[in-house]
Design a protein around this ligand. Structure first.
Ligand SMILES: *Cc1c(COP(=O)(O)O)cnc(C)c1O
Length: 220
């Protein structure tokens, strides 16, 4: 038995209508994704290029695929053709490569810039200085084949809810600052199974939820 459909429905009922739910299907079989799809879910997230490339052709073409994991430059070419939104853009060389690959496919690719808000050393993301630099170049028209749709962040993995809330609030303030200048800014991607209610309370409008939908992951 699985409760994938029920889990999705429960989450959808508990979040505001304008919050996009990305179902994070990493490590889960195509059959599970199909169940979620049949239940009406259309946004799915994966964190590994190889896995995304394997699954995409086996599933309905109208799925909106989100790349949420750390992305190496030399792998952008494998997902450029079909990916809907890349969340995890955290350096300028990657921005350039995405722009280049999008141009090859004669399209514009949607990205989010990942900002480091967590206190853990291991978490990825750029700082505000680099963010400002990339936005400035973007405004100058240096990356004509990308569209920056907003920001993404991951909070510290801690039971301290106040710390998590503070980290999300910090990112929300940054997002709001840029949203006033960029009409295309529309996504603030923050919140996972363990912290999405706190994320939404602090301004998130795109949550990435895996285990609360598909169950715990088995990495064996
Ligand atoms: C795996 C993952 C998620 C989902 O995590 P859960 O705790 O299973 O909801 C969200 N965001 C990123 C970047 C991930 O890698």
């Amino acid at each position: 038995m699985n409760n994938i459909c029920q889990n999705i429905q429960k989450i959808k009922e508990s979040i505001p209508e304008d919050v996009t739910l990305v179902a994070v299907s990493k490590t889960k079989p195509v059959a599970d994704i199909q169940i979620a799809y049949d239940c009406g879910q259309r946004h799915f997230g994966e964190n590994k290029v190889q896995e995304l490339v394997n699954k995409q052709p086996q599933l309905p073409a109208d799925i909106k695929w989100h790349m949420i994991g750390h992305l190496q430059r030399n792998k952008v070419k494998y997902i450029a053709e079909f990916v809907y939104l890349i969340h995890s853009v955290d350096n300028i060389k990657l921005v350039k490569e995405i722009d280049k690959q999008a141009r090859k496919h004669d399209k514009v690719l949607n990205i989010l810039l990942q900002i480091k808000i967590a206190s853990e050393e291991t978490k990825f993301g750029m700082n505000e200085t680099l963010l400002a630099e990339i936005i400035q170049q973007y405004q100058q028209g240096i990356f004509p084949n990308i569209k920056i749709l907003g920001l993404m962040g991951m909070a510290t993995n801690t039971p301290d809810k106040q710390q998590v809330a503070n980290e999300f609030a910090t990112l929300y303030r940054l997002y709001e600052t840029y949203r006033l200048q960029f009409p295309e800014f529309q996504y603030l991607s923050m919140g996972m199974s363990g912290d999405y209610p706190i994320a939404i309370a602090n301004g998130s409008n795109l949550i990435r939820v895996g285990s609360a939908i598909f169950g715990a992951r088995d990495y064996k």
